[in-house]
Design a protein around this ligand. Structure first.
Ligand SMILES: [Fe+2]
Length: 242
């Protein structure tokens, strides 16, 4: 049995069959033998993306709200994801760790990953003039009859999450080849094989500073700022990959 010290937590390894390259994970009683490499998947080096628009120029959404959302909630999620990955890396070296303890952190990995990705989609589909055009508009008409009927269903889906948490997501599903507005109660809800085209954050932190509990007013303001060029780009990519 080899004993390795891992930061503050020393653990005993009986027989670990994973990667065998030395890492900076800690000191070894037998240098360069059976040392455990830090897993690439658990590097924890995600970097927050800058806001892709001028937050002072949105209609009906204040700069203070957008900056707070980006700096606190989104950037916080990136930092949390990095921390979770690094903890997972450390846990991989603990052979005696109970599976249920590992499971708690795997859940956090999914929560934080969903939060980071959906926030990046959300900010990237803001900063436009709110006028739908292009292939995505054709798709919308195909599946919802008209833009107005689609928008009514999208808003209804979003407003159903008002006062709580979650995301309203217009998505192209590459398994069913259908367009849907999906309801997501949290960062982990996502219909399998669905590619988000338009993402709307319905967590209270995304509107409470400007609208209090009036979530529907925030949804109306969001629609005025949708960058449909980006939504269309995502739609065209999804169609190409059919
Ligand atoms: Fe958010």
């Amino acid at each position: 049995m080899k004993t390795i010290a891992l930061g503050s937590a020393g653990v005993a390894l009986a027989s670990y069959s994973g990667p065998k390259t030395t890492s900076n994970a800690g000191s070894l009683s037998e240098p360069n033998s059976n040392a455990i490499q830090q897993l690439r998947a658990f590097r924890g080096e995600h970097q927050p993306r800058a806001l892709p628009f001028d937050p002072a120029k949105l209609k009906g959404l204040s700069e203070k709200l957008i900056r707070s959302h980006h700096e606190n909630n989104y950037t916080g999620a990136v930092k949390a994801l990095n921390a979770v990955e690094q903890r997972l890396d450390a846990m991989m070296k603990d052979k005696d760790l109970p599976a249920y303890v590992y499971g708690d952190l795997k859940r956090e990995e999914l929560v934080r990953t969903g939060s980071v990705i959906l926030h990046e989609y959300y900010f990237a589909n803001l900063g436009g003039d709110g006028r739908a055009a292009g292939s995505v508009l054709d798709l919308i008409k195909q599946w919802f009859g008209s833009y107005e009927q689609w928008e009514a269903e999208f808003k209804r889906t979003a407003n159903a999450l008002g006062g709580g948490s979650g995301w309203a997501i217009l998505a192209y599903n590459s398994h069913t080849n259908e367009l849907h507005n999906y309801w997501a109660w949290d960062h982990m809800h996502n219909a399998p094989m669905s590619r988000p085209l338009l993402v709307l954050d319905m967590y209270e932190h995304s509107y409470h500073m400007d609208y209090g509990a009036a979530a529907a007013k925030y949804v109306d303001a969001f629609m005025q700022n949708v960058k449909w060029e980006e939504v269309n780009r995502r739609a065209e990519e999804s169609i190409k990959q059919k």
